[in-house]
Every structure is written in C-alpha cells, then in structure tokens.
Ligand binder design. Structure first.
Ligand code: PMP
Length: 455
C-alpha cells in the first residue's frame, strides 16, 4: 500500500502544479500526502494512515468528509440535472437555496433585509462580484468619483487580481502589486495589536477612528469598505471585538459607502454564530459566502445583496445591468449540496453542539497558554489559534527564516494530525463532527509539534 502512495506521489509530481506551494520543496522538505478517502474528521492515505483534518481542508469542510447526506443529495441531483446556464434559465436548487440563504442571513433592526442572491463559483469570484457591484451601482447613479475601496491591513479576500487588490498580505500580494488597482487600507482592529492597557474593545475603537479619518479624507470617493468580520483568517487567525463592525456600519452609512462583509471563511457557524456579523447585530449591504456553503463538497459562492443595490441595476440599457458571469454560476450540484448542508444544521442542532465543542477546545487549549513559546491563545467559537514567538511574548517573533510553522506542520503530520499553520500561528478549525477523543489527540499533538518545532 505504501508502494501505491509512492506511485501517486511520483505521478503527481510529474504533472500537477500545486496551489500555495513552492514546488521545489517537494518531495524532500515537504512530503506530499496522497489521500485515498475521507471519513468524518479523518483523511485516510492509501497505506491506511489516518490524518485528523484539524483545518477542515482549508476551512471548507463543515460536518466531516464524505458526509453521506450531502453525498446523496449531490448524487440525486446529478441524475436529474447536472448543469444549466443561469442566464435565461433557472432550476429549483438555485431558487430554493437563494430563498433559504436570505431567510437566515444577518438582519439589523431598521434595515430592509438582504433580498437578492447572485451566485459565483468560488470565494475570490464572489469577492470580485461584490466589488464590481458596489462600483457599478454608483456608476449607474452617475457618481463617477466613487471608485475606491477601503480594506483592512492584514486582510485577505482571495487571489484573483481584484480580490488581491483589497488584500494586504505581502506574501500573496507583493509580486503582483504593479497589476493591482489601488485600494486604501485602514488599520486592523486586531486585538493582538492592542497596546499595553488597551482592551480588545479599545483597540477596535481606535481602529474605527482611523477608518473614520480615512473616509473623511476620501469623502465621496469610496464605493465600499470590505472586511472579514470577527476574524482575519489568512492574516493569522487574528481576532477583533464585535464592536468594530458596529462602528464600520455606522461609518459606512454616514459616508454613503457600502459595507461588504466577507464571511467566506467565518460564515456557517465557524465563529459560534451562524454568521459572524450577527455578533455585532450588523447587516452588511453585500455578504460574500463560499467555502462551507456546500458543507465543503463543491465550489460555490453566493453574494447576498440589498434590494437597493439590486434596484440600481434595473434599466432598459444593457450595460447598466450586472453582466458578470461565470459558466458554472449557480451550478445545480453545488446548490443541492448547499441545501443538504443547511438541512444538517437544523437536523443535528449543529450550532448548539458546537457550543459544547468550543468549550472543550478552550479547556484543552488552556494549558498550552503557559507554554514558553506561546504568546497568545485566542478563540472565536470553533476557531482557536496559538501565536508562537521566541520568548512567548508579542515582542519576540521568531525570525521567518527559522520556519517554525513549517516544522510544526511536519511534526504534527508525522503524528497523524493536519495542522497547516499560517506563518507561526497554529490553529484548530476542525470539522464540526470532531469528538472528544480526537480533540484530545489534537491537543497532545499540538503540544508535541510546538515542542519539536521550537527545540
Ligand atoms: N475571502 C476569505 C476571507 C478567505 O479566507 C478566502 C479563502 N481563504 C477567500 C476570500 C477566497 O476564497 P477562494 O479560495 O474560494 O477563492
């Protein structure tokens, strides 16, 4: 069986170019792991080795791998209708999913609920849709000066050029900078950046003031502010106080800019509530969803918009319409998977169960907070992160050349756990089906991985 895994590795490396990977590091520095099947929180190799998927396969998987109810829904849909273009045509899964997403989307007193769904086929494409919609809406009104976006420092919204332009992670952005449209960046409300004596709420208030100033400086020029509510995920699972989004909502209203909430990573229960914006009692003008939308089975994105935004495109002129299109927009199989995933939330009382799981995660993480290389342990629901530094304080990050994260990844993988760090941040973001025994293993392996990486 090992021979089978080796054969897949060799065949792979001769033809496949992997994402987010310096291919030079395969096969020696970084072992390529062929996976034969998935089962709940486990990924299983050809030799039978089991890996606990502590990062939910890039935050996509919700209820475990090969979840039979979602698999069955896709199979049934595949036998009826696998794909039809969504321009000029429609199908039941797209309609039903839109109805159900709008029914559960964040609401805010005094605001008319989100009322239209535009589909795309991955997270970055969803972000592109939201950005273009915001810009185009003002363009249709003749507000041609509104061409700018405000995003947050250390934010991430995807890798296509438009999404990358509002992202602020140098590793992904720097090389392509000459190709990117210019965005304005406001300070992150990240509570890890709190100054001595400052609470997370103070830190959020300070960042909001800076955003207010930026909006003032560019009065009448900003079409939207885009944020990842509650957690800047790719930025190292950095978390902020829910008050921040409340202020952003107020500032957007005062300046006339739209608020785009990118809940691609934090949506569908990751932060404890179904959507992170709920913790602030805020409804955005545009809500981007993807990743867990299909339970992690198929690529799909949905951008939920207000009626005001939708109305801004209704006209006799074709170019005033939102012509953005992807071939697989609203694919029936992906929509069927998403509907099955929403059913599971209800049938299995997922959010209630997650509250207990999140408490267990907190208890298991607590002893690690005292580790001499752990500067911070932070949690938002089913997301929990450890910030590793040389002396266990914020002032002494490891030099990037020491590649602590990579070492921890290898150490954890050799012990049967997939922990794929973000820099020197290790995090737990397991499928919701994770059980106590698996969490205990996760905690034990995390400690061993930190010890080995920092030895
Ligand atoms: N926004 C956020 C907040 C994300 O975390 C990601 C993916 N990590 C994206 C957008 C892009 O999604 P995709 O990878 O599906 O393009």
């Amino acid at each position: 069986m090992l021979a089978e895994a080796d054969a897949w590795r060799a065949r792979d490396l001769s033809v496949v170019w992997h994402p987010c990977t310096q291919m030079r590091e395969h096969p020696h520095t970084l072992p390529l792991v062929p996976i034969a099947r998935g089962d709940g929180a486990w990924l299983i190799g050809h030799d039978g080795t089991r890996y606990l998927d502590a990062v939910s396969s890039w935050w996509t998987n919700l209820f475990g791998h090969a979840e039979p109810r979602i698999g069955a829904a896709i199979a049934t849909q595949a036998m009826a209708l696998e794909q039809v273009m969504l321009a000029g045509f429609t199908h039941a899964p797209a309609v039903e999913l839109a109805e159900r997403l709008l029914a559960i989307a964040p609401r805010q007193q005094g605001r008319t609920p989100l009322s239209k769904v535009f589909y795309a086929d991955n997270g970055s494409a969803g972000v592109e849709v939201a950005l273009k919609m915001a810009f185009h809406w003002f363009h249709n009104r003749g507000e041609h000066r509104r061409t700018k976006f405000i995003a947050l420092e250390n934010g991430y919204h995807g890798e296509t050029l438009g999404a990358l332009a509002v992202g602020d992670i140098p590793l992904y952005r720097r090389v392509y900078a000459p190709l990117l449209t210019e965005a304005l960046f406001a300070p992150s409300p990240d509570a890890y950046l709190a100054q001595p004596g400052e609470s997370a709420a103070d830190c959020a208030a300070r960042a909001a003031e800076a955003l207010a100033t930026l909006l003032d400086q560019h009065a009448g020029e900003v079409c939207a502010v885009i944020v990842e509510p509650r957690v800047q995920c790719a930025g190292g699972m950095r978390m902020h106080h829910p008050d921040y989004l409340v202020r952003v909502r107020e500032l957007c209203d005062a300046s006339g800019a739209f608020l785009i909430a990118d809940e691609i990573a934090v949506g569908f229960g990751r932060t404890g509530t179904l959507f992170a914006s709920e913790q602030s009692g805020v409804m955005p003008d545009l809500l981007c969803l993807s990743k867990g939308l299909t339970g992690g089975f198929l690529p799909l994105a949905a951008v939920l918009a207000t009626e005001t935004i939708y109305d801004g495109f209704l006209d006799d002129a074709r170019e005033r319409a939102f012509l953005h299109s992807h071939s697989y927009t609203g694919n029936p199989l992906a929509c069927a998977a998403a509907l099955a995933s929403l059913d599971i939330f209800r049938a299995d009382y997922v959010l209630a169960r997650n509250r207990a799981t999140a408490r267990a995660m907190a208890a298991l993480a607590e002893p690690l907070a005292a580790h001499r290389h752990v500067a911070d342990v932070r949690q938002a629901g089913m997301m929990l992160a450890f910030e590793l530094t040389r002396d266990g304080d914020k002032a002494t990050p490891f030099p990037s050349a020491s590649r602590i994260g990579l070492k921890a990844y290898r150490a954890a993988l050799s012990r049967g756990v997939v922990l794929r760090p973000l820099g020197d941040v290790l995090y737990w973001m397991p499928p919701y089906c994770v059980d106590e025994e698996q969490l205990q293993m996760l905690a034990d392996v995390t400690r061993a991985a930190i010890d080995e990486a920092t030895a």
